[in-house]
Design a protein around this ligand. Sequence first.
Ligand code: PLP
Length: 382
Amino acid sequence: MNTRSLDENFIVNAYNRFEVEIASGSNSLIYDSDGREYIDMGSGIGVNLFGAADEEWRNAVIAQLEKIQHTSNLYYNEPCARLAEMLCKRSGMSRVFFSNSGAEANECAIKAARKFSADTKGDNYFTIITLWNSFHGRTITTLAATGQEHYHELYQPLTPGFVHAHAGNIDELEKLSQENKLAAIMIECIQGEGGVVALTHEYAEAIKKFVREKNILLIIDEVQAGNGRTGKLFSYEHYGFEPDIVTVAKGLGGGLPIGATLFNAKVQNVFNHGDHGSTFGGNPVICAGACNILSRIDDDLLNEVTRKGEILREILADFNPTGIGLMLGVKPSRPSREAAQECINNGVLCTTAKDKLRLLPPINIPESLLVKAGKVIAQACK
Ligand code: PLP
């Protein structure tokens, strides 16, 4: 059987795959099993931050792999500790908990917010506000956090304790705070899966005031928009937010699974021994790779991301580009999946988000490839 038949016969039917079997890649170029070349404008949904098989990252991973592949969290391991230090120094946060995915990083944030709130305010203050159109993961709890009803329908009952607000509606925040005993508000600054929709600065200011006045925690989900993708290390920096908890995943691992939940000084002591845990979290091989990735997201690269984002925006100006930096959404005149298929036919891989094409290229994509891909995408949007 070929790969497609094996997949269809043995893998649960949860994915609507495109007709491409990815075989290999080299930075921003991807090759399929027939040897066709594609420019990568999706990076595996924002994961391969420095593209496919990036040499520096690969060397860091292999060097650790040759020492030991896994340790468990019963013992110390250096790459994990080093990555935690780097994350804290770069973000100004105080402590990190490592896990394996964005959903798990958010689960950890939610557990921490509930516990912190119970410890400081009392047991009933557990409700978390999230935004309509958000996406926070696919576990039962992070689905409950996700403000999209179509994700909820199949899996009732979801974890209680979440209410949703419409981004931009400032009065609604007040109403929700009167109706609920709140622990936190959790937001994406740019809703990725929701169609690459950035918060307005006015609403961001309202959230800042709200968390201050109501004494609740601010959790920011940087799973998709973090790791330099928007031209800042974290997208919340565009808004001047000072979050209590930040969740990171996807690109941080450069292509290997990682989740990280960052706590500020106020929340840093929320967990004691045994309160939370993960078998694979902090895996030394993945953390060694992530240290390499994070060390390379410097000011020069971030400025390049901003510049390249502007180039792409200009090429796609007719299609109402949304988002920031190299996290862009454009609206084709046809269903987004059809437009994505036409991109594939013309040698470009990109992802969709609702009625948009969602562009998340490797953040070091060469300008010439970006321009070439941008033109293919523009054609597909017509
Ligand atoms: N949060 C955001 C903003 C995401 O975009 C995603 C995934 O797309 C998640 C959380 C869930 O991450 P994962 O699929 O790694 O669990």
